[in-house]
Write a protein that binds this ligand. Structure first.
Ligand code: APR
Ligand code: PHB
Length: 398
């Protein structure tokens, strides 16, 4: 089997890259470990930056996000028992974010890929990469009991944090940076109307809480929980009682509860691997970096990597320039580190750490007070939240 770009992983990064390459006439095959139902079953984040929407549009899959997504012009910060609105739209010069679940983004991309008749090799096991430092890289894998070889010009490693791609780079060629936070997020998805039509990020002495949504009838709520916490220890009733304690009186009153349709705990981590290119292997998305979810940057960073990688491959195949390939890692990492910084800062400001104590709580509240009263400070939050510039226009495929 042979293709131009072999993509490892059919998460949002791999699927978006495949669709963009297809619109530019660049052949690609995706090799994925799981089946499509499993990939769609994972509940992840739900806030899209404008640059992510632009990429979905460029890939021809943005229509449902525009029709069904909820544009958000602000977020609310809750501390000392009161909510304060950050006007993202006014403070960012007219930008906004779109609330649209990652599951839906993945579904739209999968449907478009299928409609275009592009090959996705689901349920491929024992995936391994070969010849990535030469000119004829290969992806080897087993499928339906047979060992297969996919020859290609380039490999895009879009296989997430636990994937094989990053592990295929020689240890000496990679530098990693990591911070593991001493808590996780317990998330609940319910078919209940959201407590507020904007997202509420809450700092309380009992820990962080987030009120988010997927639609006008489906809510997503999170509670900060200790790292050792187990989902089975949290009944729905226990979840709602604790959430109420972390809300302001009005939201507590308005909160509509119901049975959870999904409940899971996600650990919080900051992680970056440098560089993001080794020979003919390019890492993109969670394969190269993880952010804690507080800034809603994970999916958006994956998308901007893919935008840069798409630029690099189109330049290569049109023989216009090798600059995109040569500068891929550097272009990505500049934006990655800024999003890492923002996500780390917002996480540190909003959560209770083992060392926070009464002094730390007061300092967080003082910073939050400053943040909502100072136009300079709220502007900084707004411009990071809606998404920093990508550092250049994303190429159109026309
Ligand atoms: N071989 C083939 N596929 C693999 C392998 C492997 N060895 N290891 C993992 N995969 C697949 C996973 O099954 C998954 O479908 O790679 C895919 C990676 O998808 P994600 O983890 O979703 O990563 P990515 O596409 O980079 O998406 C970025 O945004 O909101 C954030 O973290 C969130 O998933 C999210 C991400
Ligand atoms: C979500 O809706 O899942 C969500 C929203 C905002 C975040 C993180 C997660 O910062």
């Amino acid at each position: 089997m042979r293709t131009q770009v072999a993509i490892v992983g059919a998460g949002p990064a791999g699927l978006l890259l495949g669709q963009l390459l297809h619109t530019a006439g660049i052949d690609n095959v995706i090799v994925e470990r799981q089946n499509s139902a499993y990939v769609l079953g994972r509940i992840r984040a739900g806030v899209l930056e404008q640059t992510t929407l632009d990429l979905l549009d460029a890939a021809g899959v943005g229509h449902r996000a525009h029709a069904e997504g909820l544009p958000h012009d602000g977020i609310e910060l809750l501390f000392e028992g009161r909510r304060h609105r950050i006007d993202l739209h006014a403070l960012s010069g007219g930008k906004r974010v779109m609330v649209y679940g990652q599951t839906e983004v993945t579904r739209d991309l999968m449907e478009a890929r299928e409609a275009a008749g592009l090959l996705t090799l689901y349920e491929s096991s024992d995936v391994s990469l070969h010849g990535i430092d030469g000119t004829r890289p290969e992806v080897h894998f087993s499928r339906n009991g047979k060992r297969e070889v996919l020859q290609c010009d380039f490999i895009a490693g879009c296989d997430g944090y636990h994937g094989i791609s990053r592990q295929s780079v020689p240890e000496a060629a990679l530098r990693t940076f990591e911070r593991v936070y001493p808590f996780g997020w317990l998330g609940v998805l319910t078919d209940t109307p959201p407590v507020c039509d904007e997202l509420i990020y809450a700092n309380t002495p009992r820990g962080f809480a987030l009120c988010s949504m997927r639609s006008k009838t489906r809510s997503r709520y999170y509670l900060q929980v200790p790292s050792e916490a187990k989902v089975d220890d949290w009944s729905d009733d226990a979840f709602w009682s604790e959430l109420r304690l972390r809300l302001d009186p009005e939201a507590r009153e308005r909160l509509v509860t119901g049975p959870s349709i999904e409940k899971s705990i996600a650990p919080l981590r900051s992680f970056v691997a440098e560089p993001m290119r080794f020979g003919r292997l390019f890492l993109a998305g969670d394969a190269a970096h993880i952010v804690p979810p507080t800034g809603a940057k994970g999916l958006n960073l994956a998308a901007s990597d893919v935008g840069f990688l798409f630029d690099a491959f189109t330049d290569h195949y049109r023989e216009t320039s090798a600059a995109g390939i040569d500068h891929y890692s550097q272009r990505c990492l500049k934006r990655v580190w800024r999003a890492e910084r923002f996500s780390w800062w917002f996480t540190s400001l909003m959560h209770r750490f083992p060392e926070t104590g009464a002094f730390g709580q007061k300092i967080q509240e003082a910073e939050l007070g400053y943040l909502v009263e100072s136009r300079a400070a709220s502007t900084s939050l707004a411009e990071n939240y809606v998404g920093l510039p990508t550092g250049g226009p994303v190429r159109s495929t026309g």
